[in-house]
Design a protein around this ligand. Structure first.
Ligand code: UDP
Ligand code: MN
Length: 543
């Protein structure tokens, strides 16, 4: 009996030992295999993290009558109801799962998340998704920069999570300076910037690292999937869009050109992009520092994505989007936080800094699109200009020709545009009467801007309307018809109605009229703010 029992025990023990040995070796084997060849998307061999008192940290659900969008401009209840480690649909192209990334060199990434009054559940999910979906040996740390949130504990309670470091600003610095502070704290070889309401998806980091290890001067962005601001449902974004902007320096998405699509071959291949969309990108810490980081003169929010993109392109690097890397972000319609300097002015001032430093002569197109920017004081640009000359950066014209040919000069048929001036007086439209008059030039008076001389149709345009002669003497703005009442030519500084040979003239009471052309008459001399072609300086039909 005793023997039988001990035999049984021995058999059980040895089976257990065998299973344990097998389990350990196979685990080691998996980890080893994983270390050497990173095939991303399989079950991670590292232990998931949890915040011990998650429920306590996140707090109670919003009251029934609470406006769930009020505090964060996304649905607070939806966010609160989700666990921090929810699973996500794998939105990558199916073949991304089979890519094996070469053994990563022993280089690590510091993830930098700046936040100001972020919803706790969204912030926690951002951090937990990083810790649980990234091989630990690739992550140096997650640096949370608390940009002076009202409640210090939003950040500090997360410092118990592995690898998480929290730094708190003494005063509100804004997104850009907060990220700079995070970068200065960072010890990793690479920096990955994330917003505080993101979720990284399976295998997100390896494909990004793969690109920067091949070219250390690359700024890489994942494809940014959409976390619905109401339902928090996670949806795939198109992996075929690149980032660009218009002359107002507003970001916009652009489809890849037909040529770019065919050249790519595979939908999984990274592609070049004129700009990154915003806050989510990876860059080598060294390249970021050499580029002067972000311009620390940028305030609160905005334009830093264009700044870093332009810098990287113009100063010897590039910008790429990597479709096999997916990160979700809650896109929302408004900013839920205050802008101490006013929302619109802050963005305008930030874009003005970028235009002044990086657009060269082309900045005049920016001012044409954003006339109110002229009068703003953008502060000193000294440091940025120094970076530009130290790195011997290329002119914006090169970028237009080689990187962003889609950014056309505003109507190439226009030989001149801007304000149409006579001395300190500007031509101004009057909406009600559809008339025009002269008034003292005023940068912020929009009815004085957007005049253009279109050489193709020989018309003087103001927005969509054309300067037209009614009843042979009244000057009005009408729909463009290309009729003889709207055909003008410019001779020197004179503006001549082609059909009659008469000149546009200002009268004593600042009214506009047509009269015989007289050489040298000041009342017949007109200038546009921007002249793209030299004027024919031989007046004709002048008595
Ligand atoms: N942010 C910050 N300080 C600020 C404004 C914003 O730290 O003064 C953070 C914000 O919490 C978020 C990131 O910067 O993590 C980007 O802001 P937001 O999500 O509002 O920008 P969007 O995604 O709309 O471009
Ligand atoms: Mn955001």
């Amino acid at each position: 009996m005793w023997r039988k029992r001990s035999l049984l025990r021995l058999a059980m023990l040895s089976t257990f030992a065998l299973v344990a040995v097998y389990y350990t070796t196979s685990q080691l084997h998996t980890i080893k295999k994983y270390r050497n060849r990173r095939k991303v998307g399989s079950v991670p061999p590292w232990a998931p993290v949890i915040l011990v008192n998650e429920l306590q940290y996140v707090g109670t659900a919003p009251e029934d009558d609470e406006d769930v969008f009020a505090r964060h401009a996304f649905n607070l209840r939806s966010s609160n109801e989700l666990p921090s480690d929810r699973s996500l649909p794998d939105t990558r192209h199916a073949r991304c799962r089979d890519v094996e990334y070469g053994a990563a060199p022993l280089q690590t990434t510091s993830v930098v998340v700046a936040f100001h009054n972020e919803d706790r559940s969204a912030l926690l999910r951002t951090v937990v998704s990083v810790l649980n979906r990234t091989p630990p040996d690739l992550i140096e740390e997650v640096i949370l920069v608390d940009d002076r949130s009202d409640d210090e504990q939003d950040g500090s309670l997360l410092s118990s999570l592995p690898k998480v470091r929290v730094v708190r600003n003494q005063a509100r610095e804004g997104l850009i300076r907060s990220r700079i502070l995070g970068a200065l704290e960072a010890r990793g070889d690479f920096l990955m910037f994330l917003d505080s309401h993101c979720e990284v998806n399976v295998g997100w980091l390896e494909p990004l690292l793969d690109r920067v290890t091949q070219n250390a001067l690359t700024v890489v962005s994942p494809v940014i999937d959409v976390i619905d601001m109401d339902t928090f449902q996670y949806r795939a974004s198109s992996p075929q869009l690149k980032g660009g902007f218009d002359w107002s320096l507003y970001f916009k998405w652009l489809p890849l050109s037909h040529e770019e699509r065919t050249r790519r071959g595979s939908p999984m291949e990274p592609f070049l992009s004129p700009a990154i969309a915003g806050g989510l990108f990876l860059i080598s810490r060294d390249w970021f520092q050499r580029l002067g980081m972000f311009d620390s003169g940028l305030r609160i929010w905005g334009a830093e994505n264009l700044e870093i993109s332009l810098k990287s392109w113009l100063c010897g690097g590039n910008v790429e989007v990597v479709p096999c890397s997916r990160v979700g972000h809650v896109f929302r319609k408004t900013h839920p936080y205050t802008f101490p300097g006013g929302n619109a002015d802050t963005y305008l001032r930030n874009t003005k800094r970028v235009a002044e430093v990086w657009l060269g002569d082309h900045k005049r197109f920016f001012y044409e699109a954003q006339p109110n920017a002229r009068a703003l004081d953008a502060g000193s640009l000294q440091e940025q200009l120094e970076v530009k000359s130290q790195l011997d950066c290329r002119p914006f014209q090169w970028y237009l020709e080689n990187v962003f040919p889609e950014l056309k000069l505003p109507n190439e048929e226009n030989s001149a545009f801007g304000q149409l001036k006579q001395g300190s007086q500007c031509l101004q439209s009057e909406v009600e009467s559809s008339g025009v008059k002269l008034a003292e030039c005023n940068e912020s008076e929009l009815s004085q801007h957007s005049w253009a001389f279109n050489v193709h149709t020989a018309s003087i345009q103001h927005g969509k309307l054309c300067l037209s002669v009614r009843n042979k003497l009244n000057l009005v703005l009408e729909t463009c018809t290309q009729s003889y009442q709207q055909e003008w030519s410019r001779h020197g500084r004179a503006v001549v109605l082609l059909s009659s040979g008469q000149c546009l003239e200002s009268g004593i009471r600042s009214e506009l009229r047509l009269s015989e052309c007289r050489r040298g008459a000041m009342s017949q001399q007109w200038d546009f703010t921007v002249e793209l072609q030299a004027q024919d300086d031989h007046p004709v039909n002048i008595t």
